[in-house]
Design a protein around this ligand. Structure first.
Ligand SMILES: [Zn+2]
Length: 384
């Protein structure tokens, strides 16, 4: 069994160890050491990374109490120097300890049990068995959890080899009956856990809930702790700074300004679509239809207007082709039962740097460039 140095002191960044086994299988090299500072993936916490004799450790796993370190090549000596990617590890410690504080707070204040924990690359989630979580609950839990950080409570790891944890008030039933490790944070939380934790809650820095969503009759809570939360704050602050410039506005007035602009834009869109309808009617009415055919490529009308025109013109024509150079799109209709419009588009449009198709009597296409559209339309004109 490997001695777990990450338990005796989770702050060790470097240590010597001896290789006791090397397993090579399917091109994968895994090393077993007599002692390790690398935490193996488990209990929702990802694997540590780092170096063994300057060889990258890409993943660490545990199986039947043996810890396997996957490395990119074989070390040359039996005695090796292990170096931990401590930035990654400390991030995991901040997130994991923060998770205990937050889950413990939901339990203490609202009797919500945590049924799932994932420490992801960008955020952490817990699944709390409260079906509907109000904004008040979320805000209070976040506030209280952060208070527990300000109080800088000691994080204790209690280990019971024989599994006797009587008198230790764990919030969750323990699934193993031997070698139980309990993480206790004063009165804030007490829970069996095999992860790595900070020494005191103050090191978590901050817990920020990002969002919640309904999940299998529970609520999934997304949050960040420590430096992740700071980075998130930096990013959001940059967004606010940019919005302040865009709206030439102070922070507290941005939302008002954005809402006002949105309703103005809605009005403009409404009148624009009325105008397009009017324009479509006028142009369609004066269209020069010859032999029940109408063919025109417009450089000043958008595709939306052409579709409105199409509605009117298709009643008056047997064959109709309308193109917009603004949107580089074409729409076509035919009543000729001997001509398959959809197939014509499908078979020819690729040669003109376009994409499109449709059923037998109508089709639409979009082109990469104007020339492609014009040439395709000429070809179509010669066929209908
Ligand atoms: Zn845990």
């Amino acid at each position: 069994m490997t001695e777990k140095l990450y338990y005796s002191d989770p702050y060790i960044k470097e240590a010597k160890a001896n290789i006791i086994d090397i397993i090579e299988e399917n091109g994968k090299i895994e090393i077993v050491l007599d002692r390790t500072i690398f935490y193996p993936e488990g209990g929702g916490q990802p694997s540590d990374m780092g170096y063994i004799d300057d060889i990258p450790v890409v993943h660490v796993r545990i199986k039947d109490s043996v810890i396997y370190h996957e490395v990119t090549e074989k070390p040359e000596t039996k005695e090796v120097i292990c170096k931990l990617d401590f930035k990654r590890r400390f991030d995991h410690m901040q997130q994991h300890s923060g998770e205990h504080v937050l889950a413990g707070t939901f339990y203490r204040l609202f009797k919500g049990n945590n049924k799932g924990f994932r420490l992801g690359e960008n955020y952490v989630t817990i699944d709390i068995d409260i079906k509907v979580m109000t904004d008040e609950i979320i805000e209070e839990a976040e506030r209280e959890a952060n208070k527990s950080i300000y109080e800088d409570i000691e994080v204790e790891a209690i280990f019971s080899e024989n599994g006797n944890i009587e008198g230790i008030p764990v919030r969750k039933e323990v699934s193993v009956d031997k070698n139980i490790r309990v993480i206790k944070m004063g009165d804030v939380d007490c829970c069996a856990c095999g992860g790595t934790h900070v020494k005191r809650t103050g090191e978590i820095g901050i817990i920020k809930i990002l969002k919640t969503e309904a999940y299998k009759g529970m609520t999934r809570v997304y949050f960040n702790c420590g430096e992740r939360a700071l980075k998130d704050y930096e990013q959001k602050n940059n967004i606010i700074k940019t919005l302040k410039k865009i709206y030439s506005s102070e922070e507290d007035l941005i939302i008002d300004k954005a809402l006002r602009q949105k309703s103005e834009l809605d009005e403009v869109k409404k009148s624009l679509s009325l105008m397009k309808k009017k324009i479509a009617e006028i142009i369609a009415r004066s269209a020069d239809i010859k032999d029940n055919k109408y063919f025109f490529i417009y450089d000043d009308l958008d595709f939306e207007t052409l579709l409105l025109m199409e509605d009117i013109l298709k009643e008056k024509t047997d064959s109709l082709v309308l193109g917009s150079l603004i949107d580089k799109r074409v729409t076509a209709n035919t009543k000729d039962i001997d001509f398959n419009m959809g197939r014509f588009f499908k078979e020819n449009i690729n040669n003109y740097r376009g994409k499109g198709g449709g059923p037998k009597d109508k089709a639409q296409g979009v082109f990469d460039d104007e020339q492609g559209l014009k040439d395709f339309a000429e070809l179509l004109k010669s066929k209908i």
